[in-house]
Design a protein around this ligand. Structure first.
Ligand code: GRF
Length: 199
């Protein structure tokens, strides 16, 4: 059974969706550890309540390379096969990415390459697009830029606020993240340049 290491910084609803899908047998994997870089992250309690390993590794004030080495060591200690960023609000160093080659996924609340970075839903509203969505992609050294595994489109409605749009996108995030993890851990894909081909 493949072991997931889930990195979070806050609410953790994507983590919860993954944990739920594992519990109901829809996703064949196990959560080896949930790591938060913020002590107050709500999902650490959720993880503990589910009987999972939950670790807080505060990152504030630490040098990126030093922090990332500690983070990688913790993930290796738990025998993690695939690292899943789920609202982890930090850039990862090249050294960290090399530790887990093609084994780091991220979820982003827009149809990349539109609206990378922070506040993607706000960016979509500000640009007044009619359709946005979410993207699960492999993590490389560039922000929100690695090969795309799955995307889901979400309509933007005239009366949307950041909150209503974010909620509509989040429903799709919860669906496609587990789907993408399932594909990757089953090895049912091949990366050809930027393209992730499902096999
Ligand atoms: C999600 O919108 C995700 O796409 C982005 O950060 C948010 C995390 O939400 N990367 P949650 O912590 O999983 O509830």
């Amino acid at each position: 059974m493949k072991r997931l290491g889930i990195l979070v910084s806050g609410r953790g609803s994507n983590f919860e969706a993954i944990a739920r899908n594992i519990a109901t047998g829809q996703l064949d994997a196990e959560v080896a550890v949930v790591i938060s870089n913020r002590a107050e992250a709500r999902c650490l309690d959720t993880a503990l309540a589910r009987g999972l390993n939950a670790v807080c590794l505060p990152s504030k004030g630490l040098d990126r390379e030093v922090y990332d080495r500690t983070l990688a060591a913790e993930l290796h200690r738990h025998g993690v096969d695939l690292v899943c960023l789920a609202g982890f609000m930090r850039l990862l160093s090249a050294g960290f990415i090399r530790e887990f080659p093609d084994r780091i996924l991220n979820i982003h609340p827009s149809l990349l390459p539109s609206f990378p970075g922070l506040d993607a839903q706000h960016q979509a509203l500000a640009h007044a697009v009619k359709i946005t969505g979410c993207t699960v992609h492999f993590v490389d050294q560039h922000l929100d830029a690695g090969p795309i595994v799955i995307q889901a489109a979400v309509p933007v409605l005239d009366l949307d606020t950041v909150e209503t749009l974010s909620a509509r996108i989040l429903t799709q995030e919860h669906r496609i993240y587990s789907e993408a993890i399932g594909i990757v851990i089953a090895g049912k894909y091949r990366v050809q340049g930027r393209r992730v081909l499902l096999t």
